[in-house]
Design a protein around this ligand. Structure first.
Ligand code: RUB
Length: 335
């Protein structure tokens, strides 16, 4: 990445670094920060060579997109801006710059509005007196819980601490500030507390075409415990968290972070025979999810493909065509 760094304004490299080291975190926030980085890069571009500008913006896009691998919201936000620029075929740098800035700002305000709408739609699924459990820190999930609280439906929320980065503390503070009674619990107590809970509300980094949800590691265990206890599981996710690549069978890459998030480097040095593995997201299959709350409506996870068809203008024929082609290729490979 050193090659890139010299080329881009420090404001852009700072945003990418903030995403990488998780000073900016959560799928919605990193998507908005990615779009903002493109707008800043466009605004700070000096020169009047259109081809040079277009190449530069594509390079910034690649650079920012690679900050973290799992949340599809980041590449989707970048694509939102870049496809609008490509489609418009601008004739000058100033026109191209304006297109980038406008598309980025449109994405950001859409995203912020979506979180609010999700709060309102999700709160309708919460019943009076519900006790909620949540995991990690999701702005969309907090929006649902806080809105339901303002409507007088929820008072108590169990918040998992979410090791190793303890994002549960951010959620606990946000919901306590909203006036909820917050009980912060260790991750390992999920099943123990599930019997006191009526609803689980979590966020998503990526929703696959089959309705599987990729979210903070441990989400799938919450869903498993909820299923056993017959507790409903809701996922709050804006539509730009749905992954178009999964339509053609691409797997969602799961980020693995440094061992130092789990144990100190000193401890590792003293115990050289111990290996640490720190995957930070997991996949919850659609069967464990009751509904996905999007800004466009509340859908069963199996309807995720419909969101993708609408978002990307794919027809059933195209999707089936792609699936058939993939199967054919696999058969060819087997022969
Ligand atoms: C954050 C996380 C959140 C989703 C949704 O992981 O898993 O549940 O990103 O968040 P990390 P939001 O802390 O590793 O980024 O609803 O805010 O988009």
């Amino acid at each position: 990445m050193g090659v890139y760094r010299a080329k881009f304004p420090s404001e852009v490299t700072r945003i990418r670094e903030d995403i990488r080291v998780m000073r900016i975190r959560g799928a919605g926030k990193i998507a908005r920060a990615g779009a903002e980085a493109l707008a800043i890069a466009a605004e700070l571009y000096r020169g009047d060579d259109l081809a040079g500008f277009l190449k530069y913006i594509e390079d910034v896009a690649d650079y920012v997109r690679s900050a973290r691998p799992t949340a599809v919201s980041l590449p989707n936000a970048i694509s939102y801006v870049i496809t609008r620029l490509r489609r418009a075929k601008p004739l000058s740098v100033s026109e191209a710059r304006e297109l980038v800035v406008k598309a980025a700002r449109t994405f950001i305000s859409y995203s912020l509005r979506a979180v609010k709408v999700i709060g309102e739609l999700g709160a309708k699924r919460i019943e009076n007196g519900d006790v909620v459990m949540t995991h990690c820190h999701s702005t969309a999930a907090v929006s649902v819980i806080a809105t339901a609280h303002r409507m007088g439906k929820v008072n108590t929320v169990y918040v998992k601490e979410t090791r190793p980065r303890m994002q549960g503390l951010i959620t606990a503070k946000a919901l306590a500030d909203e006036g909820l009674d917050v009980i912060l619990i260790p991750d390992s107590s999920t099943r123990y507390f599930m019997k006191k809970v009526n609803k689980v509300v979590v966020g998503a980094d990526t929703v696959a075409a089959n309705g599987a949800v990729v979210n903070k590691i441990g989400t799938s265990l919450v869903a498993l415990a909820a299923k056993e206890a017959r507790v409903r599981v809701y996922v709050a996710a804006e539509t730009y968290k749905f992954s178009p690549m999964t339509v053609v069978g691409e797997l969602v890459p799961i980020e693995v972070r440094e061992p130092a998030e789990i144990v100190s480097e000193e401890w590792l040095r003293k115990n050289p025979r111990v290996e640490v593995f720190n995957p930070v997201f997991d996949v919850t299959p659609p069967e464990y999810i009751d509904a996905i709350i999007t800004e466009k409506g509340v859908i069963p996870p199996q309807a995720a493909i419909l969101i993708l068809m609408e978002e990307y203008g794919l027809s059933i024929k195209e999707i089936v065509g792609v699936a058939e082609e993939t199967e054919l290729k696999e058969e060819e490979l087997r022969e």
